[in-house]
Design a protein around this ligand. Structure first.
Ligand SMILES: Cc1cc2nc3c(=O)[nH]c(=O)nc-3n(C[C@H](O)[C@H](O)[C@H](O)COP(=O)(O)OP(=O)(O)OC[C@H]3O[C@@H](n4cnc5c(N)ncnc54)[C@H](O)[C@@H]3O)c2cc1C
Length: 365
């Protein structure tokens, strides 16, 4: 554990510290802080509304509410700092401002970040999707419209490519995928995504695994692709602190938890959101996503507040995608996340996606 200048808790009661104020951490803190004091640690002043970052990249973002504002009415103290070390035996978290927080119960909700997969040049020449403000600025400051490659043919890459193509029609947008773009969706869903990409003039490069990123584009298994600007939205990996600190993790670095979302190695640590590998009977290990982060955060909030003792349960219902501002896709799924044939597309899909994003936002307030 790094040196510290103070050790503080959350008051006289049981000390609850929540690390991370994303969908999982914020909802866990709000639920737990109905009757107890909670210290919520996250570096940002305002909500990190990740599911709208593709809009921010395209220049449509806005300032989201301050975390303090979202926590109003609850006994939450927002400590603006980054956790740098975790002493699981000593029940202490070291922060980058020199503080050390003691805890009785820790909620670990540090989420995920771009996974570069050790692709040469990626860190130097590509911009991770979470640096949406940089992408927006680089497009705005470019001398002339150029070519823009989005790496990743999953939901985030598709949302980003369509949003950027619609907002910047003078730019040539390319989507580059190791497999099929939108490969997880039903045939109807995939066909709709393809129609929208074609309508927006997005070049689609499938079965093109990126092997190198260079200042002027990509080398892929399907040949070179030129790009003035590359945005990486290929996949996510959990924050590395859990593994480094010694929490039991799976082969992707996600903390292993029991059916009450407690670390299997350290039961005084609850792990929620993208940071956790949660296995639900009949469904399997939940995927990373706001759709799974939010209910897990809400559940732990209730558990710590004594409003439930039941094990965590979860069923998938839908996947939803925005495809620019006028189109969208709502894909119905079975409880185990396998695709149903039914989809809603076009303006109806777009409205459904907007409604779901609205529900997410309301649940944070
Ligand atoms: C453009 C885009 C669109 C998306 N769309 C969807 C969608 O439609 N549906 C869906 O299900 N998912 C979507 N996702 C994925 C979704 O955003 C994530 O799965 C979700 O944000 C995970 O929530 P979380 O609370 O676990 O972590 P995060 O949202 O990643 O939050 C992590 C928190 O931890 C904080 N933190 C990080 N490091 C530290 C540290 N060292 N110390 C303290 N705090 C720290 C962060 O600042 C943040 O507050 C999208 C992602 C992107 C990028």
């Amino acid at each position: 554990m790094s040196s510290s200048n103070s050790t503080t808790g959350t008051g006289t009661g049981r000390r609850i510290v929540v690390l991370g104020a994303g969908y999982a951490g914020l909802t866990a803190a709000k639920g737990a802080a109905r009757h107890r004091s909670v210290t919520l640690v996250a570096p940002e002043e305002r909500l990190l509304h990740r599911i709208r970052q593709h809009e921010t990249a395209a220049g449509r973002g806005r300032d989201w509410p301050a975390i303090e504002e979202l926590a109003r009415g609850r006994r939450i103290r927002h400590h603006r700092a980054r956790a740098v070390d975790l002493d699981l035996a000593g029940h202490k978290v070291a922060l980058d401002d020199g503080t050390t927080l003691g805890y009785d119960t820790l909620v670990y909700a540090l989420g995920s970040r771009t996974a570069w997969h050790d692709v040469p040049g990626a860190v130097e020449h590509a911009h991770p999707v979470e640096h949406a403000d940089d992408v927006r600025r680089l497009i705005r400051e470019a001398d002339r419209p150029g070519t823009l490659a989005v790496v990743g043919g999953g939901a985030t890459g598709i949302e980003l490519a369509t949003e950027l193509a619609e907002a910047h029609p003078a730019w040539r947008v390319r989507i580059v995928s190791a497999g099929q773009v939108g490969g997880i969706y039903s045939p109807k869903g995939r066909a709709h995504i393809r129609r929208v990409l074609d309508r927006l003039g997005v070049d689609v490069h499938e079965d093109a695994t990126v092997t190198e990123v260079t200042p002027d584009g990509l080398r892929t298994t399907a040949g070179p692709i030129t790009a003035d600007l590359t945005v990486w939205a290929a996949s996510m990996e959990p924050h590395p602190l859990a593994a480094r600190a010694g929490l039991a993790v799976d082969d992707r670095g996600r903390a292993l938890v029991d059916d009450h979302l407690r670390s299997v190695s350290h039961p005084d640590v609850h792990v929620v959101g993208d940071a956790a590998a949660v296995t639900v009977p009949g469904i399997g290990t939940l995927r990373m996503g706001c759709a799974t982060a939010l209910p897990r955060g809400q559940y732990v909030g209730k558990l710590l507040d004594g409003r439930t003792t039941e094990p965590f349960s979860f069923r998938y219902v839908v996947h939803c995608l925005s495809l620019g501002r006028r189109d969208g896709l709502l894909q119905l799924v079975h409880p185990d996340d396998s695709m149903k044939p039914t989809v809603l597309t076009g303006a109806a899909g777009r409205l459904a996606k907007a409604a779901i994003v609205g529900v997410v936002f309301s649940s944070l307030k």
